[in-house]
Design a protein around this ligand. Structure first.
Ligand code: FAD
Length: 316
């Protein structure tokens, strides 16, 4: 079932979460161990993130360095199929532009369609560590908008091979939105302009980057509505758990902590103190969002479901 149909069918705020594929070599059980504790809250869909290849330099016998691509985590197709099969819940694979040619994207989408996967979250992806800017595959897409257009074309029955008639796909497409703007955007207005372009290209709902200040989410939704973006905007939340998160999350995700939260975090000396603050903040944010009638709250587990469980117990 499509994410948008789940939203339409429910009068209540839905619960959903996102998991990371395990590092290569780990079994599928490590995924189930992350999902099992959260199933009691009846998620309507579970997202699976996509992690592109990284490049390392390996010294050859002749002393020259060889550039080698390594994938640390497996792709999403098999994991989504396993999740749907085991839990009878919709799995939403993340699909990115980075590292993919248009043809590889088409093939991945055909595999997803065969597996009965109705949803995809279409993203650009970030630059790889060895590049300062995002560089698309030479036959791929520069922006998520172009990827969304390709999926929409397949939904209309237009594939890259245009010499045969093919069955249209029927994917519900999601896109990313940034209440505190995407870090490369000139300003929030240009970012919103391109967000609208993603919706016009076929995105049927938006999931936001994590934020810790609900006012920023509410202002973002208003700004979207003001420029004519009418699709559901699902807030994404991440519970702060460790001392490391205090600096890592703002740095990596380009977000700010509101003053009230930062004051509490500054007092913390241990992980368990941070976890207590993070839990209280996550519950406070979730309660307020639910009261505001948001369609769904999407939690970033980042391989750790215990805090999401503790929050969900209070909210769902
Ligand atoms: P885009 O929408 O393409 O935007 C990228 C930048 O370009 C923005 O600054 C935008 O303003 C600008 N822009 C957009 N269109 C145009 C245009 N036509 N012309 C000029 N400028 C333009 N990354 C992963 O690698 N794997 C994941 O699984 C993953 N999951 C995510 C889930 C969510 C909910 C979110 C919010 C992010 C996720 N990301 C993931 C991170 C995401 O890939 C990065 O934030 C990436 O840098 C931008 O992706 P995007 O789809 O928002 O890009």
């Amino acid at each position: 079932m499509k994410v948008t149909d789940h939203i339409k069918a429910s009068k209540e705020t839905l619960f959903s979460f996102e998991i990371l594929p395990p590092l290569k070599g780990k079994s599928i059980q490590s995924i189930y161990d992350g999902i099992d504790p959260l199933m009691e809250f009846k998620p309507k869909f579970v997202n699976v993130t996509y992690h592109r290849e990284e490049y390392i330099y390996k010294e050859r016998e002749n002393g020259l360095l060889e550039k080698i691509a390594i994938r640390k985590r497996p792709g999403t197709v098999g994991i989504c199929a396993a999740i749907m099969n085991k839990y009878q819940v919709d799995a939403v694979p993340h699909l990115i532009c980075g590292g993919f040619s248009k043809e590889e994207t088409e093939n991945a989408l055909i595999d997803l369609q065969f597996l009965g996967i109705d949803n995809v979250l279409a993203l650009r992806g970030d630059s790889i560590k060895t590049e300062s800017n995002f560089r698309p595959h030479k036959d791929g897409h520069q922006y998520a908008e172009e990827l969304i257009k390709q999926i929409t074309e397949m939904n209309n029955g237009t594939y890259l091979m245009d010499d045969v008639t093919l069955e249209p796909t029927d994917f519900c497409i999601g896109a990313a939105g940034y209440p505190e703007k995407h870090f490369e955007a000139m300003n929030l207005q240009t970012d919103l302009h391109y967000l609208k372009a993603k919706v016009e290209a076929g995105a049927e709902y938006i999931v936001t980057q994590m934020f810790f200040d609900n006012e920023k989410y509410f202002a973002f939704v208003k700004a979207c509505r003001d420029i004519g973006i009418t699709v559901p905007i699902i807030p994404g939340l991440k519970p702060i758990k460790t001392m490391n998160h205090i600096s890592f999350l703002p740095k990596f995700f380009h977000i700010d902590y509101p003053e009230e939260l930062s004051k509490e975090l500054l007092k913390c000396k241990t992980n368990s103190e941070v976890e207590k603050v993070g839990l209280e903040w996550g519950i406070h944010q979730s309660k307020q969002l639910k009261e505001a009638g948001v369609p769904c709250i999407h939690y970033y587990t980042m391989s750790n479901s215990s805090m999401v469980k503790a929050i969900a117990r209070e909210i769902f």
